[in-house]
Design a binder for this molecule. Structure first.
Ligand SMILES: NC(=O)c1ccc[n+]([C@@H]2O[C@H](COP(=O)([O-])OP(=O)(O)OC[C@H]3O[C@@H](n4cnc5c(N)ncnc54)[C@H](O)[C@@H]3O)[C@@H](O)[C@H]2O)c1
Ligand SMILES: [Fe+2]
Length: 382
C-alpha cells in the first residue's frame, strides 16, 4: 500500500507568529471565531495574546473554556452546544493538547452530527466531512496536536481515554509561536517536552516507520535533546528549539503511529488524571529497554541524536544501553520522577494493563506486547 503523509495546509513558525492570524482570517473570509482554550490560559492572559490580534483587526470571536486537562466527553458536548449557539464559522484552538483535541472533536461533530455521542469517533471514524476549519495555536511544546490527525478524549464513566484518528480533523493552519509557551512553569515544560521526545522515539521505532518519517523523528530527537534543558530554564533559544522540535515530531508520528508508552500513559491519564507528559516520561526508558531487541540498529541513531559520542564504535548492546541512558539522564535533569510509586495503586494494575493492551497505539509498538508484558512493565516501576 502507498504510504501517506498528511500535514497542515499552512504553518507559521517563530516568535511573533500569532500576528499572522489576522491576515489568514481576512484572506479566508472567516467571520467569527469559536475559541477553545482552558480556564487557566484565560486567567493568565495566554489566550489574550491571540484575542489581542483579533481585537486589533476588528474580528469577532467568542471564547469557550470548559476544558480540563485530559478533556472529557462532556467538555466536547458542551462545546458542540456552545458552538451551535455562537454563530461561528471557524475554530481557533489556543492551548495544549487538551484545548486542541477538544476543538478537533467539536469541529468534527459540527461537520458530522451523526457522531454527536463522541464515543463513536474512537479509532478510525468514517466521518464524511472535514472539520470546521481550525487554526491551532499550541501553548505547550509537547503534543503537536496542531499538526496531527489524532485527538484523545477521556471517557470518565468507563475510566478510559480513547484515541480518534481522522484526517478530517487536521487543523488547516498551525501557528507555532514560542512566545505562547514562555509562561509555562518548569514542571509543565519538562513534562510536555518529554511527551514530544516520546513521540519522536516511538514514532521512529514504530512498525510503520519509513525514511520520510525517520527524517522527522531523528531531527526532532536532536532538537529536543539540545533544547529541552534550556526551555526548562526558559531561555529564548530553548523555547524556540522545543517549539520546532515538538512540531517536527508531530509531522512524523501523526503519519505512522506510536507504541505502548502512549497506550500505558493513556490508562494512567484516565484512571489517575496523571498529566500526559509525566506519564510518558516515566514509562519511556522502561519501555525502551523492553523494546530494544526488536529495534535493529535504531537505538544507535537515537543515541547519536541524543548527543552521545562514539556510537559508531559501540556494540549493539552498548548503543542500546547508551540510548536508554541518555533518555533517562535528560528526564532526571529536567526533574521528572523516575517511578510510578506516587501514582499507581497495585490493585489497579490489571485494569490499567487491560486498557493499555486495547489502546489504539498498542499495535504500533515494535514488539507485540501482551498483557503479561504490560503488567510486568508497570510493576517494574513500583
Ligand atoms: N492530538 C494528539 O496528537 C495528542 C498527542 C499527545 C497528547 N495528546 C493529548 O493532549 C493532552 C495533553 O496536552 P498538554 O500536555 O499539552 O497539556 P494540557 O493541554 O492538558 O494542559 C495542561 C495544563 O497546562 C496549562 N498550560 C498550557 N499551556 C500553558 C502556558 N503556556 N502557560 C501556563 N500554563 C499552561 C493548562 O492551562 C493546563 O492546566 C492529553 O489529553 C493527551 O492525551 C494529544
Ligand atoms: Fe503524547
Amino acid at each position: 500500500m502507498a504510504k501517506r503523509i498528511v500535514l497542515n495546509e499552512t504553518s507559521y513558525h517563530g516568535k511573533g507568529a500569532v500576528r499572522e492570524i489576522a491576515a489568514e482570517v481576512g484572506a479566508r473570509g472567516f467571520k467569527k471565531a469559536f475559541i477553545c482554550s482552558d480556564p487557566d490560559l484565560v486567567k493568565f492572559g495566554v489566550t489574550k495574546k491571540v484575542t489581542d490580534v483579533l481585537d486589533e483587526a476588528g474580528y469577532e470571536y467568542e471564547v469557550y473554556s470548559n476544558i480540563k486537562p485530559n478533556p472529557t466527553i462532556e467538555n466536547v458536548q458542551t462545546g458542540v452546544a456552545a458552538f451551535k449557539e455562537s454563530g461561528a464559522d471557524y475554530l481557533i484552538a489556543i492551548g495544549g493538547g487538551s484545548s486542541m483535541d477538544t476543538s478537533k472533536a467539536v469541529g468534527i461533530i459540527i461537520a458530522n452530527p451523526e457522531f454527536e455521542d463522541v464515543r463513536s469517533l474512537e479509532g478510525v471514524a468514517p466521518t464524511k466531512n472535514p472539520s470546521v476549519p481550525i487554526i491551532a495555536v499550541p501553548t505547550t511544546a509537547g503534543t503537536a496536536a496542531e499538526v496531527t490527525i489524532n485527538y484523545v478524549i477521556t471517557d470518565v464513566e468507563k475510566r478510559r481515554k480513547f484515541v480518534c484518528v481522522d484526517t478530517h480533523d487536521i487543523p488547516v493552519i498551525a501557528v507555532i509561536d514560542p512566545d505562547m509557551m514562555s509562561s509555562m512553569p518548569k514542571g509543565l515544560t519538562a513534562a510536555t517536552g518529554m511527551d514530544a521526545l516520546t513521540h519522536a522515539i516511538e514514532g521512529y521505532t514504530t512498525k510503520d516507520a519509513w525514511e520520510m518519517t525517520d527524517m522527522f523523528h531523528l531531527k526532532a530527537i536532536e532538537l529536543i535533546a539540545q533544547n529541552l534543558r534550556g526551555a526548562v530554564e526558559n531561555t529564548e533559544e530553548g523555547r524556540e528549539g522545543m517549539a520546532l522540535g515538538q512540531y517536527v515530531a508531530g509531522m512524523g508520528f501523526s503519519n505512522v503511529g506510536l507504541g505502548i508508552v502512549h497506550s500505558m500513559a493513556h490508562s494512567l491519564g484516565a484512571v489517575y488524571d496523571t498529566p500526559h507528559g509525566v506519564a510518558n516520561a516515566i514509562l519511556l526508558p522502561a519501555v525502551m529497554e523492553y523494546n530494544a531487541d526488536a529495534t535493529g540498529d535504531k537505538y544507535k541513531y537515537i543515541a547519536k541524536a541524543m548527543g552521545v559520542e562514539g556510537t559508531e564504535d559501540m556494540s549493539q548492546e552498548e548503543y542500546r544501553k547508551a540510548a536508554v541512558d541518555a533518555v533517562r539522564q535528560l528526564s532526571i535533569d529536567v526533574g521528572i520522577p523516575q517511578d510510578l510509586k506516587e501514582i499507581v495503586k497495585e490493585e489497579d494494575i490489571q485494569f490499567l494493563s487491560e486498557s493499555a493492551a486495547a489502546d489504539a497505539c498498542a499495535p504500533g509498538n515494535p514488539k507485540d506486547a501482551g498483557l503479561k508484558d504490560i503488567i510486568a512493565i508497570y510493576k517494574s516501576l513500583l
